[in-house]
Design a binder for this molecule. Sequence first.
Ligand SMILES: Cc1cc2nc3c(=O)[nH]c(=O)nc-3n(C[C@H](O)[C@H](O)[C@H](O)COP(=O)(O)O)c2cc1C
Length: 481
Amino acid sequence: MLSETSQPPSPPARLFARLNPGVTLERSATGGVSALFDGRTVEFGTFGADVTERAADFETGVAFDGERDAEMSELVRRLALYGLVEYRLARGPSGPDLIVVEPQMRDYAPRMIEIDEDRPLALSRFAYMRRRGADLVLESPRAMALFRLCDPSVTAMIAHLSEARTVKELRDSADFPGVELLALLLDGQILFTPGPGADKALRAAEGDGDLVLWDFHDLLFHTRSTDGRHANPSGGLYAHADLAAPPPAVRPSWPGPAIDLKTLETAPPSAFATLLRRRHSTRAFDERRPITLAEVARLLDGAARIISREQAPHEDHDEPELEVAPRPYPSGGASYELELYLAVDRCEGLARGFYHYDASRHALVLIETNEHWLTAMLEDAQFAMGAPAVPQVLVTMAARFGRVSWKYSGFAYALVLKHVGVLMQTLYLMAAEMEIGACAIGVGDIDLFAKMTGLAFHVEGSVGQIAIGRGVQSDSTPVAD
Ligand SMILES: Cc1cc2nc3c(=O)[nH]c(=O)nc-3n(C[C@H](O)[C@H](O)[C@H](O)COP(=O)(O)O)c2cc1C
């Protein structure tokens, strides 16, 4: 319940950009600003005297007012792109932190957006608090930043917002921490404005018709188990090598009696079993003999083309009707939510570019996209494979999530990932049969894919990748993942 007592007005809170621990700024006599971190130096360009003089304040926090202070904002933006700054909200340079904003995405800068005091606000159903070390942090898979809670009044106000409330109502609370905080959290997608009469249906009132189909744990899993929407360490970091020995490659045998299956091996392995054993990952591709468009067409035809369109058989007459479009691989509930996108570097007969595979027409459709993003996507794959060059073709599997979550609750995203595995192996086997190289990629940047396609990450998003191309004759590149 909110308290009836009113508080005397406190000074407005402001945002201050502060350098992360371990980062120092240096100024040259000519106005050059560089940052030292992780044993390296990065130069950020030349700035006016006003900015370089204030650079020393970065350790405690530089007042940050985006539009009015263009040159300082530019320096902060450049530092933020390297993940070197966090933003503190406080009632003055020496006041205690109310909340600290840790950007999770490169393009993010916090904004305090205008709030209509009569319009209700509510906590997003995707927001959650947890302990991180000795901090209490507020996060959401929708948010582009993580919020470190530093003051009990902030935590108390967030608890009030499990129901939709207007700023006017919140102001009556004994521990109201200020409208600036609400503005920051609204911009950060931790709060949302449900609109009039939505109290009973907050789920439907948040976001769009695609977001409503997502379960909380699925959206969190999607954003945290891929790159692009968080700043946590990820990859083969051996983070627990000091704590435990590596689990053995082969499980120790159960103690019960064993039936020896080797005695039953009478016939030689079938052609298919031989193909399964011949399949392997190829990471280095032959620059002089790229894969051809005809081979790409055969691969897609064999692995991913739509075979028919039909009504799904349903046992229960109360179930809604659903059209299905079967392809050569199995899919839970015949969902077939996976779409293929091709980032092409070298392919004989096909120009470098980004294409969608229209599995119904068996056609490639060019998608106009930024050349830098195309290069970034191909180079990410090269890095993931530890390969000498970018792949000739990089196939991204993107899920139309709603195809699965419209029907299935609780395990929709897990089902999508199982489908990725099924399709990955299907592509691997087609490639092995055609004697072209393939290598699965463990993690992709979901934000980069969203930028390249213009599709929101929760609508149709990257969930898997596989590199394709003509392998060099002897592919002895070591395992890099
Ligand atoms: C889901 C999945 C993700 C993978 N990710 C990577 C990767 O990011 N980089 C890489 O070089 N290989 C990757 N691989 C390939 C594996 O390293 C490879 O399958 C494994 O070492 C066995 O070798 P083989 O495929 O040649 O039989 C991946 C494989 C799978 C199935």
